[in-house]
Ligand binder design. Structure first.
Ligand code: NAD
Length: 280
C-alpha cells in the first residue's frame, strides 16, 4: 500500500493555515520565510518555487533572494547577515546544494539558530541528539509524520536507515531512536547492504542511488520510506524499486511521498520559529 505524502500533508497544511491565521490576529503580522537561491540548477529552482507556493497556501509571507552562480560569496554572506538582523524575518533557508566554490558550512553558520528552519545548525542537530529537539530537520521530521500516519507502533521495531548525511540520515536515525526503535545506520561503506535491509521492520532509504533497493532486499511486511529523488532519462525516481510495493506493507511513492512532507515541515518550522521569537 502506498503512503501518499500529498494526502498526509494536506491535513498538516490545513491545520497550519489555521494556526498561522490565529498568529496573525494575535501578533498583527504573519510569519515570514526568506529563501536564498544561488545558481540556476533546475531542481533547486523547482524546490524553491514549491516552498514559496507552500508558504502562500498556508498564509506565510515569503521573501526570495536569487543570485547568479559566480556571485561573490561575501555578497551572499552580507545578505544572510541582513536577513539574520531583520526583525520581520522568522526563518532563513539557503537552498542546497550550493554551486561549486561556495563554502556551505560558512554560509549556513551565518543563520542564527532561532531562524534555522531547516534544523541544520550544530546546536539544533545537537539538541535533537540530546532528546531536546528545537527545530528538527524537515525531511526526517516529515518521514516521522508519514510513519505516524500508518498508525503502526514504532517502539521496539528494528529501523534501518540507509544514508548518513547530516541533513537526512543522521537526524532520521536520532528521531527513530527517540521513538524507541532499535536503529541500524548503513552507508556507502557497508558491506552486504541487503543483509541489513532484510532485517528492517522500518526501512528508510536516503542514498541518492536510483532504484537501489529491490524487492528481494526487503522483509515481507516492512514499512519502506523512499527519500531518494533521482532524475533518470528526464524522469523522477526514488532509491527504491517500485516492485517493493508487492513485498512491503507500506511504501512511499516518488514523487508524491516524502517531498510534499518536507515542505510541510519547513512551513511548520517557520511558524514555530515565529511563535518562539514572539515569546522570546
Ligand atoms: P548525500 O549524498 O549527502 O548522502 C547520501 C548517503 O547515502 C551517504 O551517507 C552515503 O554514505 C550513502 N550511500 C550512497 N551510496 C550508497 C550505497 N550504495 N549503499 C549504502 N549507502 C549509500 O545525500 P542526502 O542529502 O542525504 O540525500 C539522499 C537522497 O535523498 C538524495 O536522492 C536526495 O535528493 C534525497 N532528498 C530528498 C528529500 C525530499 O524531500 N524527498 C530531501 C533531502 C534529500
Amino acid at each position: 500500500m502506498y503512503i501518499y505524502g500529498k494526502e498526509v500533508s494536506k491535513t498538516t497544511r490545513e491545520e497550519l493555515a489555521r494556526h498561522v491565521a490565529e498568529f496573525g490576529s494575535r501578533y498583527g503580522r504573519v510569519p515570514c520565510l526568506a529563501v536564498v537561491l544561488v545558481g540556476e540548477d533546475p531542481a533547486s529552482q523547482t524546490y524553491v518555487r514549491n516552498k514559496i507556493l507552500g508558504c502562500e497556501e498556508v498564509g506565510i509571507r515569503s521573501i526570495s533572494r536569487v543570485y547568479e552562480d559566480g556571485t561573490p560569496q561575501e555578497t551572499i554572506a552580507q545578505e544572510l547577515r541582513a536577513l539574520a538582523a531583520d526583525d520581520a524575518v522568522d526563518g532563513i533557508l539557503v537552498q542546497l546544494p550550493l554551486p561549486k566554490g561556495y563554502d556551505e558550512r560558512y554560509l549556513l553558520s551565518l543563520i542564527p539558530d532561532s531562524k534555522d528552519v531547516d534544523g541544520f545548525s550544530p546546536n539544533n542537530l545537537g539538541l535533537l541528539c540530546m532528546d531536546k529537539p528545537r527545530t528538527v530537520s524537515c525531511t526526517p521530521f516529515g518521514v516521522m509524520k508519514l510513519l505516524e500516519s500508518t498508525g503502526v507502533s514504532l517502539a521496539g521495531k528494528h529501523a534501518v536507515v540507509v544514508g548518513r548525511s547530516n541533513t537526512v540520515g543522521k537526524p532520521m536515525a536520532m528521531l527513530l531512536l527517540s521513538a524507541d526503535c532499535t536503529v541500524t545506520v548503513c552507508h556507502s561503506k557497508t558491506p552486504d547492504l541487503s543483509a541489513f535491509t532484510r532485517q528492517a521492520d522500518i526501512l528508510v532509504v536516503a542514498a541518492g542511488r536510483p532504484k537501489m533497493v529491490r524487492a528481494d532486499m526487503v522483509k515481507p511486511g516492512a514499512i519502506v520510506i523512499d527519500v531518494g529523488i533521482n532524475r533518470v532519462d528526464g524522469k523522477l525516481c526514488g532509491d527504491v524499486d517500485p516492485d517493493v510495493e508487492s513485498v512491503a506493507s507500506y511504501l512511499t511513492p516518488v514523487p508524491g511521498g516524502v517531498g510534499p512532507m518536507t515542505i510541510s515541515m519547513l512551513l511548520y518550522n517557520t511558524y514555530r520559529a515565529a511563535v518562539a521569537r514572539e515569546n522570546a
